[in-house]
Design a protein around this ligand. Structure first.
Ligand code: HEC
Ligand code: HEC
Ligand code: HEC
Length: 149
């Protein structure tokens, strides 16, 4: 019973947030790049998976793309693997401390998104949080997410 209550409270919290993020996106410029498609000839062995990684816990619709970090920014795999992240989509969202508090403390994305190496984690929320609407847009645009071989 107690657990059930906690679950509901957490759900209500995320719904509020989801509302906030979809509002922010609806109000933002239409051209917000949700997930840039990997270009033709993108080499997954060199730059990591082409498909963006999406997390839904604790909140829905947080995005990470390898291409922008490796191909565009020139980061090597070991900048993130395996100290900050395992090479397994969804591993981080199983951890209880995958939260903004941790990012602000320099963990996970916050190791770089600290306002010096990359934009700070307490700014530009909707760059990482593409929200519920952004996710729908992405799943509608599967041809963009899967490179043609
Ligand atoms: C800026 C950080 C970062 C860099 C640099 C990076 N990755 Fe990743 N990688 C991630 C994150 C975040 C995940 C998802 C982990 C999670 O969900 O817990 C991931 C997941 C993966 C996965 C698992 C995908 C799946 O579908 O399960 C593979 C494979 C991978 N990375 C390969 C690479 C390779 C190869 C490189 C270097 C070319 C690289 N990564 C560089 C952050 C990075
Ligand atoms: C090893 C350093 C590093 C880590 C770790 C890292 N980033 Fe980045 N990220 C960068 C840099 C550098 C840029 C480009 C500079 C900027 O935009 O400030 C960037 C840019 C971005 C962008 C804008 C470009 C795009 O992809 O649309 C997003 C979104 C982003 N990061 C999300 C994340 C998320 C989410 C995580 C954690 C899962 C993460 N990053 C972890 C270094 C990092
Ligand atoms: C660099 C990327 C990034 C930026 C910028 C970012 N977040 Fe997050 N956020 C994440 C990640 C990663 C998670 C954990 C995964 C998930 O919840 O799906 C998360 C989770 C959350 C959560 C749920 C966990 C918690 O801490 O309560 C909230 C709320 C949240 N973010 C709010 C915000 C707000 C508000 C902003 C802007 C002030 C923001 N985020 C900016 C990446 C980011």
């Amino acid at each position: 019973m107690k657990r059930q209550y906690k679950k509901i409270a957490a759900l209500a919290g995320s719904l509020l947030l989801a509302g906030f993020f979809s509002f922010a996106i609806a109000a933002g410029p239409a051209a917000q790049p949700a997930a840039e498609a990997a270009p033709a000839g993108y080499d997954e062995d060199v730059y990591g998976p082409a498909a963006p990684i999406l997390w839904n816990k604790p909140v829905k619709g947080v995005i990470f793309t390898h291409k922008t970090h490796t191909m565009d920014m020139g980061l090597s795999c070991d900048a993130c693997h395996d100290e900050l992240f395992e090479m397994m989509a969804g591993a981080a969202e199983e951890k209880a401390d995958f939260t903004m508090e941790s990012l602000y403390a320099g963990k996970y994305c916050g190791a770089c998104h600290d306002g010096s190496m990359a934009f700070a984690s307490n700014t530009r929320c909707t760059t990482c949080h593409i929200g519920v609407k952004g996710m729908k847009r992405m799943s509608g645009g599967t041809k963009a997410a899967t490179p043609a071989h």
